[in-house]
Design a protein around this ligand. Structure first.
Ligand code: MD3
Ligand code: FE
Length: 214
């Protein structure tokens, strides 16, 4: 069968870099339930395009669940316990999300991962994320678990410096990447998402990023 959205069955883990594992299709089975959980979270705390410290606006729409949510505005990047849009704490992390993240981390060799933050990124066609490092978390020893859903994207994965070679890794619906060890500090980004229609997610790519932020 012609499958435009990648292999729906889990594949063998692939080492992308020191400490970074691609788990192909690890989240394909629960994909529909994960998208439902995203909808529930977004019903409480809507997707928004946040302002950057430089005064631009992010093309990616974001929201969060769990104790801490990632924020950017004119005063900088940080984690916070209150959603500035609702004035309320972020919604509790749905159990299906927390359990998936812990299982994926365990499968990649990081047992006992208990995320306190899940950033939900929503990419419309044409949106991208420039090369950056994730360094707003208190303890960088914890891994990051990233779950891709909906439209595919090309993930850009560099090294310790912004310049230098960049790996291009296609990520499909249901793929999980666990970033730990040295790779935790590597530069990374997402190439502009191509237009399309995903059977479960419609015209969007979603990425869940689980972190121990506090
Ligand atoms: C590699 N999100 O939200 S997740 C982000 O697809 C972010 O939405 C991208 O980068 C997305 O910060 C990529 C994959 C990812 C996340 C964290 C990393 C890759 C990483 C930290 C270190 C190295
Ligand atoms: Fe990142």
């Amino acid at each position: 069968m012609l499958d435009l959205f990648g292999d729906p069955s889990p594949g063998s883990p692939r080492l992308l870099a020191e400490g970074a594992w691609l788990l192909p299709g690890f989240a394909t089975g629960p994909g529909r339930a994960l998208l439902t959980a995203i909808g529930t979270v977004a019903g409480h705390t809507p997707f928004r395009q946040m302002e950057t410290p430089g005064g631009g606006r992010m093309s990616v729409a974001m929201t969060s669940c769990g104790h801490l949510g990632w924020l950017t505005d004119r005063s900088g990047y940080r984690y916070g316990v209150v959603d500035p849009v609702t004035g309320q704490p972020w919604p509790t992390m749905p159990l299906i999300l927390a359990e998936l993240a812990a299982r994926a981390a365990g499968a990649a060799g990081y047992p006992g991962f208990q995320p306190d933050s899940c950033l939900i990124n929503r990419y419309a066609p044409g949106t991208r994320m420039g090369l950056h490092q994730d360094r707003d978390e208190a303890d960088m020893a914890h891994p990051i678990v990233s779950v891709s859903l909906g439209l595919p994207a090309i993930f850009l994965f560099g090294g310790r410096t912004r310049t230098g070679p960049v790996q291009r890794v296609p990520l499909h619906h249901g793929d999980i990447v666990v970033w730990g060890g040295p790779s935790r500090r590597f530069y990374h980004g997402v190439a502009p998402v191509a237009a399309g229609e995903h059977p479960l997610a419609g015209p969007f790519r979603y990425n869940l990023t689980f972190r121990r932020a506090g």
